[in-house]
Design a protein around this ligand. Structure first.
Ligand SMILES: [Zn+2]
Length: 413
């Protein structure tokens, strides 16, 4: 492989904006930042553009087709929060530079009949989309109603290659299914403690303030959503800060739950040109189960958490192209989430950290998330300067995954 030198581009290095500098990549890695262009290197002129680390979506449910779409939008890693892409089930993905890389918890610990079963119409079951899984063992479904059951599933999930352990804490309130079976505090706390005893990162799905309190009480490392049923309280902000819990707000998902579609994103020709009809229809739809919710409360909560010093991570909850899971599309919605984070009050650079270095740090992905010598050459080159105008992240000029430049496609993947 010939070394590639990307010259003349401003940098967002994962932490902040830097003056233009040459970034040299070779053998899938960043070899140097700010050095000379060696003889024989292929030169990519980045003048007028900004080079960023590949973006990371910290909440998806994915498939090879979705990973291809994500990569076309400069998202080089997706973190699956329920799905099939655990360690032994993703070798074909890890080695394919036409797809975003992926990590996964496998399936989340939830009671039988608990979330997310209520999201699916009668007759369709939550599970891997057809063709998403290579031939092999069926996924482990860790249905638990007691502390003993939850604790017993933890080592089994780890043995099956889970990268982190997720817990559903949801009584169905915001999905229009009140009374849904939910993990109780004892089961949640025992499962989290067991996962931490095994050195695993723990994440909770919680969409209400009460569920967030339960997750904090159990000591999770992070929340896969921000609550949407109430404004924040000073107490919950302090608890999240003092426990160093990270939050993946998925504002795009909360907006969709309130019936707000992804129309403003779909209307952007930089997005529409890359989505097929199924994804466009999905993006222009919404979950719509909680129209009484207030997006202003969610944005205020994100701002309060950020101001308190809570780590905010960009995530979307994008899954499959079905209108009842709408308002979202892989890759594209990360850019929408970045726009929402700035609407909440983060600066563009703070929002970009939420999709790069902060996520890498909180998930132990030490080989990515920044532009620095020795890291993976997962890179996004855009026209303009997203550290001043966040929507410039959509001005894709080039994407590299492990140093391999993504071929421009004639049609959506
Ligand atoms: Zn999800």
């Amino acid at each position: 492989m010939t070394a590639t030198a990307i010259t003349g581009a401003r940098l967002f290095d994962g932490i902040g904006a830097r003056a233009p500098a040459t970034v040299l990549i070779d053998e899938g890695r960043i070899v140097s930042v700010g050095g000379p262009v060696p003889e024989g290197a292929e030169v990519v002129d980045g003048s007028g553009g900004t080079l960023l680390p590949g973006l990371i979506d910290a909440h998806v449910h994915t498939s090879p087709r979705a990973l291809a779409l994500a990569l076309a939008f400069g998202v080089t890693t997706e973190l699956e929060m329920q799905g099939t892409h655990t360690r032994d089930e993703r070798r074909h993905i890890s080695d394919d530079d036409a797809l975003a890389d992926v990590r996964s918890c496998g399936f989340a610990i939830t009671p039988p009949g608990g979330h997310p079963s209520e999201l699916f119409p009668e007759g369709s079951r939550p599970g891997p989309p057809p063709g998403a899984r290579p031939a092999g063992e069926p996924p482990l479904m860790p249905f638990s109603t007691t502390p003993e059951e939850a604790m017993a599933f933890v080592p089994r999930l780890i043995a099956r290659g889970a990268d982190y352990i997720k817990f559903m804490v949801d009584d169905g309130t915001v999905e229009g299914h009140p009374g849904l079976p939910m993990l109780d505090q004892a089961t949640l706390s025992a499962g989290v403690a067991e996962a931490k005893r095994h050195g695993m990162i723990t994440i909770a799905h919680a969409l209400t303030l009460d569920a967030a309190y339960m997750a904090i009480e159990a000591g999770v490392d992070g929340l896969a959503h921000v609550f949407m049923d109430q404004p924040h309280t000073e107490e919950v902000v302090s608890l999240l800060r003092d426990s160093d819990t990270f939050v993946v707000p998925c504002v795009v998902l909360n907006a969709s739950m309130m019936g707000l579609t992804g129309d403003e994103l779909a209307d952007d020709p930089r997005v529409a040109s890359r989505l097929d009809d199924d994804w466009m229809t999905t993006l222009r739809s919404s979950f719509g189960h909680y129209p009484q919710g207030k997006l202003s409360h969610v944005l205020d909560t994100v701002r309060a958490l950020h101001d308190a010093g809570v780590d905010i991570l960009a995530g979307t909850d994008a899954s499959v192209p079905l209108p009842f899971l709408g308002g979202l599309a892989h890759g594209a919605s990360v850019h929408h989430e970045l726009q929402y984070l700035t609407r909440a009050g983060l600066t563009p650079s703070q929002a970009l950290r939420a999709a790069t270095s902060t996520t890498a740090r909180r998930f132990g992905l030490t080989d990515r998330g920044r532009i620095a010598e020795g890291l993976r050459a997962d890179l996004l080159l855009v026209d303009g300067d997203p550290t001043t105008t966040i929507s410039d992240t959509l001005n894709t000029r080039a994407v590299w995954r492990r140093g391999t430049r993504l071929e421009a496609r004639e049609e959506a993947p």
